[in-house]
Design a protein around this ligand. Structure first.
Ligand SMILES: [Zn+2]
Length: 244
């Protein structure tokens, strides 16, 4: 684990410039997949949905597909187990999966063995559902300490928090969720949302359209952290008082 302090300001400042993308020679290679988004060159944002797959995940996935937007889902293992069809669809449609524990306990109050068990059971449930294992960890409530960081290191995962919250779980109001999300949106931002909040899923078409109208590419967490050089056990973004 590196102990290097990362400057969030530098990251944000480096990403505000919208580089002009050369026009594709579309006529010559029509079948080729589009190049992956380079968030050091274009304006990116990562919407993240915690605690799912929630019961509205199907509607959310359809919205994301309609607008060609990618997201990251920090899944709870118990719901990956009970709603595997959504997990499978998330992977098939190009979204990223993260581990958000099996049953949402506060990791800072658990013994190491219990934390490992929560993480491993979720890795197993996701793998069983979709054939892949998450490579990112977001501990419940975003609460981590050195012990949690060491265990994340064992699993080879960085700890991903967020740069801004939609506060959807608190407001449960379509207009408030949209307003708050657009307020905290910033280049290479990581936004916390929940796909069990119906109003979040209802607000999503309007939120996605507004972000895209502002020039944002909606990408995965791995896309926005690509330039960070994060290692397993590192925390991003760094909370006050933390050093990686
Ligand atoms: Zn959560």
């Amino acid at each position: 684990m590196s102990r290097q302090l990362t400057s969030l300001l530098t990251i944000a400042a480096a990403c505000v410039t919208l580089a002009s993308v050369p026009a594709q020679a579309a006529a010559t290679k029509p079948a080729e997949k589009p190049a992956p988004v380079d968030c050091s060159q274009v304006k990116c944002i990562a919407l993240t949905f915690d605690d799912g797959p929630g019961k509205y995940a199907g509607t959310l996935l359809s919205t994301l597909k309609k607008y060609d937007a990618k997201a990251t889902f920090f899944l709870e293992g118990q719901y990956a187990k009970s709603r595997p069809q959504y997990v499978k669809r998330m992977v098939a449609e190009g979204h990223e999966l993260g581990n958000h524990s099996y049953s949402h306990p506060d990791f800072t109050k658990l013994e190491p063995g219990a934390i490992r068990n929560e993480i491993q059971k979720t890795q197993d449930a996701v793998k069983k559902a979709a054939g892949v294992e998450p490579k990112l960890l977001r501990p419940p409530y975003g609460l981590a300490d050195l012990q949690v960081s060491d265990i994340a290191d064992e699993f080879g995962m960085p700890i991903i928090l967020w740069t801004g919250g939609s506060e959807d779980w608190a407001s449960k109001n379509v207009e408030a969720i949209k307003k708050k999300t657009l307020e905290v949106a910033k280049p290479n931002g990581i936004i916390l949302m929940h796909d069990w909040v119906k109003q979040t899923v209802d607000a999503m078409p309007s939120i996605v359209k507004s972000l895209q109208a502002k020039g944002y590419h909606l990408v995965t967490v791995s896309d926005v952290i690509k330039g960070e050089g994060l290692e397993a056990g590192d925390v991003f973004p760094l909370p006050a008082g933390w050093e990686n």
